[in-house]
Design a binder for this molecule. Structure first.
Ligand SMILES: CC(C)(COP(=O)(O)OP(=O)(O)OC[C@H]1O[C@@H](n2cnc3c(N)ncnc32)[C@H](O)[C@@H]1OP(=O)(O)O)[C@@H](O)C(=O)NCCC(=O)NCCS
Length: 130
């Protein structure tokens, strides 16, 4: 199941997000967590089975959600968890359509894009361009 990120999950969330190549730098990672804590359009969810094993984060833009982060604990990879997490988020977001960002495009395409269009969300420059 998906759990909405809260400050109590900061350590586990940072650990999971740090597996993303774009989040290797600690300052960058701290900036990303801050966005998820403070900006309503940025939504981070943790994926829990017996333990928390993954994280998935989007930036809401109108009725689209740009998939900014997806990460699964290395011990659980290759078992369909990433795909399950994406589907759980699709259910959670209802009519909001999930699109990939540059950082998640490869996984998104391999996981089966259920949207009609396959266009990548526009790259945004500026302070929130994580
Ligand atoms: C990407 C990630 C979340 C996939 O998690 P997972 O639970 O192993 O994924 P799944 O088992 O659901 O795999 C779904 C599909 O994605 C593919 N995939 C797995 N890891 C991938 C990766 N790093 N990049 C692109 N595609 C990937 C799988 O091959 C699979 O396709 P298939 O069904 O045709 O074999 C996981 O490898 C991870 O946490 N990586 C580090 C963070 C990262 O790099 N995230 C961004 C990826 S673009």
């Amino acid at each position: 199941m998906l759990i909405r990120y809260k400050k109590n999950y900061e350590k586990i969330a940072m650990g999971l997000l740090s597996f993303m190549p774009s989040e290797k730098d600690l300052k960058r990672l701290q900036g990303t967590i801050k966005l998820y804590e403070e900006d309503q359009d940025w939504q981070l969810y943790l994926y829990k089975e017996d333990d928390i094993i993954g994280a998935i984060g989007v930036k809401i833009k109108g009725n689209e959600a740009e998939l900014r982060h997806i990460s699964v604990n290395p011990s659980y990879r290759g078992q369909g968890k990433g795909k399950a997490m994406l589907n759980a988020l699709r259910n959670q977001l209802g009519n909001i359509e999930i699109k990939p960002s540059e950082n998640t495009l490869e996984f998104f395409e391999r996981s089966g894009d259920q949207s009609k269009e396959k266009d990548i969300c526009e790259e945004v420059t500026g302070p929130d361009s994580n």
